[in-house]
Write a protein that binds this ligand. Structure first.
Ligand SMILES: NC(=O)C1=CN([C@@H]2O[C@H](COP(=O)(O)OP(=O)(O)OC[C@H]3O[C@@H](n4cnc5c(N)ncnc54)[C@H](OP(=O)(O)O)[C@@H]3O)[C@@H](O)[C@H]2O)C=CC1
Ligand SMILES: O=C(O)[C@@H]1CCC=N1
Length: 271
């Protein structure tokens, strides 16, 4: 079978996306060629049925993949992208998921013919519940845009933006966001244990509460603020807790500060 997609980098995010695509059956594993220097991670991709190599030079001569997905750290993006210059004749679309790195960086390395899609995913993509935000350069045709959109949809919700400069904010909210939520689960677990609950129960309650609340917010027609009020009995337990979290806008200020730190770091990574 011919190679439809080359995945450069099969670490945390590359693997999460690959798993989502293969689970959805939108791609045959044998049509995917994974380049990953780490032997353990390479083997993990091989177990999914993909062709693998430590080196881009092993991609068969004559292969013209529809997509090359660049999923390596921003710090090595230039060096790695240069290995794929031979696919820069316009027939292959490049999809980058790197934080900070602008489309112009790829255009500079690959030449002016390469269609480039910049995508910011997040790790829930591994179970089809990711958030993918996409920005494309003008060389991406409508057909390819549809194909990429369809493929990414296998990993969750996809939306587009027209202003690339917003990608740093996107990265700070949905790209890094799962880590904030995981940390909230950790914090709620610690608080639950401090309140006397056994460790296992503490973790179960914290996790199921976040899962249930997020699912309700996603499925309900009500705004999150209304759902919050529905939990909050006048002068009850929730009101006592929210006075701590919402007093002087404490949590909002903290989260805003965290998102701004991530946004500034994304800008820095792009330099
Ligand atoms: N993790 C996340 O939640 C998200 C990450 N991203 C972006 O995704 C990208 C990858 O992040 P993440 O998955 O976390 O990082 P990882 O380090 O987990 O994965 C990157 C992988 O690429 C490998 N690699 C290094 N050089 C090459 C090469 N020449 N060819 C192919 N593979 C290579 C690395 O191997 P080795 O370690 O041996 O160098 C590593 O296994 C980053 O640009 C990040 O900004 C975007 C959204 C969310
Ligand atoms: O932490 C990072 O830089 C990457 C980008 C978004 C999530 N993880």
């Amino acid at each position: 079978m011919s190679i439809r997609l080359v995945l450069a980098g099969c670490g945390n995010m590359g693997y999460a996306m690959l798993s989502g695509w293969l689970k959805s059956a939108r791609l045959e594993p044998s049509a995917v060629f994974v380049v990953e220097p780490n032997a353990e991670l390479r083997q993990r991709a091989e177990h999914l049925g993909c062709r693998v190599s430590a080196d881009a030079a092993a991609i068969p001569a004559g292969a013209v993949p529809d997509l090359v997905v660049i999923a390596v750290k921003p710090q090595v993006i230039r060096e790695v992208t240069a290995h794929y210059k031979r696919f820069g004749d316009g027939r292959t679309t490049f999809v980058s998921i790197a934080a900070g790195t602008p489309v112009a960086t790829f255009e500079e390395i690959l030449g002016k013919l390469a269609p480039v899609v910049r995508c910011m995913p997040n790790t829930p993509a591994a179970i089809g519940k990711g958030m993918m935000v996409v920005f494309s350069n003008p060389l991406v045709s409508d057909d390819v845009r549809r194909f990429v959109f369809e493929l990414l949809s296998a990993s969750g919700v996809v939306t587009t933006i027209d202003d690339e400069s917003l990608m740093d904010a996107v990265t700070a909210v949905s790209g890094s966001g799962p880590a904030y939520v995981f940390h909230f689960i950790e914090a709620l677990t610690v608080a639950a244990e401090k309140a006397g609950l056994p460790a296992e129960t503490a973790k179960l309650l914290a996790m199921q509460t976040v899962f249930g609340a997020a699912s309700l917010a996603a499925e309900s027609d009500e705004e999150p603020g209304v759902l919050r009020q529905q939990v909050t009995s006048p002068n009850g337990t929730t009101a006592a807790a929210l006075a701590v979290l919402m007093g002087e806008d404490r949590l909002t200020k903290l989260v805003t500060e965290a998102v701004e730190a991530a946004r500034l770091r994304s800008i820095e990574l792009g330099r």
